[in-house]
Design a protein around this ligand. Structure first.
Ligand SMILES: [Zn+2]
Ligand SMILES: [Zn+2]
Length: 432
């Protein structure tokens, strides 16, 4: 019986994986431009980390975690997100004792037992940044600027940045009370999840996607009217630094993160063409999280972005740069017209590779004609042909498959000739 990949997983095959490498290159570059360093963390952690770090009232923890008991009877969870593991690592390696801020980024697979649907997978990929150890509002703006620069670099020009402040433990309780007061007459109209979290986590009702809840919250009191002076000033400075960076945003009072350790800045990047799943990334400040996870009180802020959605948005908005149709694994295919010239082909091949160009040859003992046909299938731009005449004269044939022309070039000049025509990958433009 054929064994298929598990539901909710997918294989990223070579005709697509090279696009992922392009995305990853951009992510590394942009994060490093802002002074962030990569941290590589395990894909599984103790379940308790996510219960504390993500919050046991969230959908992620209540419904979506891949949790199992290992052979040592420990409860283990495949990471559903990257912030809690980053916080765990920051505490475990006592980074709080070092000069701050600590600026980290990560990327890799995450796991959620979601109902699989279009564009959603149980193993999916995220990139995220976390800045620990400073409550300076300028770092909030910087983290947002990274997110914006990533989408722009990929040629995504149609997007909206939504921004809000969710206050702090000083000012939020009053708002929470007002919100409960306001929503009490509608309590029985809410969805089952919201009825359950009505008192524990009423802010989450504001961003509930259920139409019943959206109707109930219409005209709700707005958190920004309740911010304390410190939260108000912080928010003003975030906005003014975003203005300095030329980043447009829209204030969105319904953008909330309901847990107590989320504080002040919250933001989301929305794409117009993704419909109900409009947000491709978001984040915010979490000044209480590190303490919640067992570290010393340390402020922090970060965001995460889904790479499947990022790539699909780039393919929609900048199809020229991101369509997976012109991929070729090699640039040059070396053909030996007769078996006796295979050693010369090997020498040529390795010489081409020495100069950093991708090259290959036949390994199935094909005829000259079949080698040419196969070379065409690989998508190689050039074919080098070595036969009796070429061997004798020292001039090999260099065929340009794109321009459909060929020349005889001295064997030792072939590499230079190819290099002079070639566009190096790093010169490729991602954005329009
Ligand atoms: Zn406050
Ligand atoms: Zn609801």
């Amino acid at each position: 019986m054929e064994i298929l990949g598990p539901r909710g997983t997918r294989d990223i095959l070579p005709e697509e994986s090279y696009l992922w490498q392009k995305v990853e290159t951009i992510l590394h570059q942009v994060a490093q431009q802002y002074g962030f360093s990569e941290v590589r963390l395990p894909v599984f952690e103790h379940t308790e980390l996510f219960e504390r770090g993500v919050g046991d009232t969230t959908d992620i923890v209540q419904k979506e975690m891949y949790t199992f008991t290992d052979r040592g009877q420990r409860s283990i969870t495949l990471r559903p997100e990257g912030t809690a593991p980053s916080v765990r690592s920051f505490i475990e390696h006592k980074f709080y004792n070092k000069a701050q801020p600590t600026k980290w980024y990560y990327m890799g697979p995450m796991f959620r037992y979601d109902r699989p649907q279009a564009g959603r997978f149980r193993q999916f990929h995220q990139f995220g940044v976390e800045a620990f150890g400073t409550s300076d509002p300028d770092i909030d703006a910087e983290v947002i600027a990274i997110l914006v620069r990533i989408v722009k670099t990929m040629g995504i020009s149609q997007f909206q940045l939504h921004l809000n402040s969710v206050g702090c433990p000083d000012c939020r309780p009053l708002y929470r009370e007002r919100l409960i007061q306001y929503l009490t007459p509608f309590e029985s109209d809410l969805c089952a999840d919201c009825i359950q979290r009505f008192h524990k986590n009423p802010l989450r009702i504001l961003d509930c996607k259920s139409p019943k809840c959206q109707l109930a919250v219409k005209g709700h009191p707005v958190l920004s009217d309740y911010l304390c002076d410190r939260c108000g000033q912080h928010f003003e400075q975030v906005k003014s630094t975003l203005n300095l960076y030329g980043i447009d945003y829209e204030l969105d009072p319904q953008l909330v993160r309901g847990l107590d350790y989320y504080t002040k800045t919250a933001f989301e990047l929305l794409l117009p063409d993704l419909g109900a799943q409009a947000a491709i990334g978001g984040g915010g400040r979490y000044d209480g999280l590190i303490e919640e996870c067992g570290g010393p009180p340390t402020p922090g802020i970060g965001f995460a972005i889904g790479l499947e959605r990022l790539l699909s948005a780039a393919q929609k908005q900048n199809s020229k740069a991101w369509q997976a149709k012109s991929y070729s694994p090699i640039d040059v295919f070396v053909v030996a017209a007769e078996d006796e010239f295979i050693p010369d082909a090997c020498v040529m091949l390795e010489g081409i590779r020495n100069s950093g160009i991708k090259a290959d040859k036949d390994y199935l003992n094909r005829s000259l004609k079949a080698q040419m046909k196969f070379a065409g299938k690989t998508g190689a731009r050039w074919v080098v042909v070595i036969g009796e005449e070429e061997k004798t004269s020292g001039y090999y044939i260099l065929r340009d498959m794109k321009l459909h022309e060929q020349h005889q070039i001295p064997a030792d000049q072939i590499v230079d000739e190819i290099k002079s025509i070639m566009v190096k990958p790093e010169e490729e433009q991602y954005a329009e």
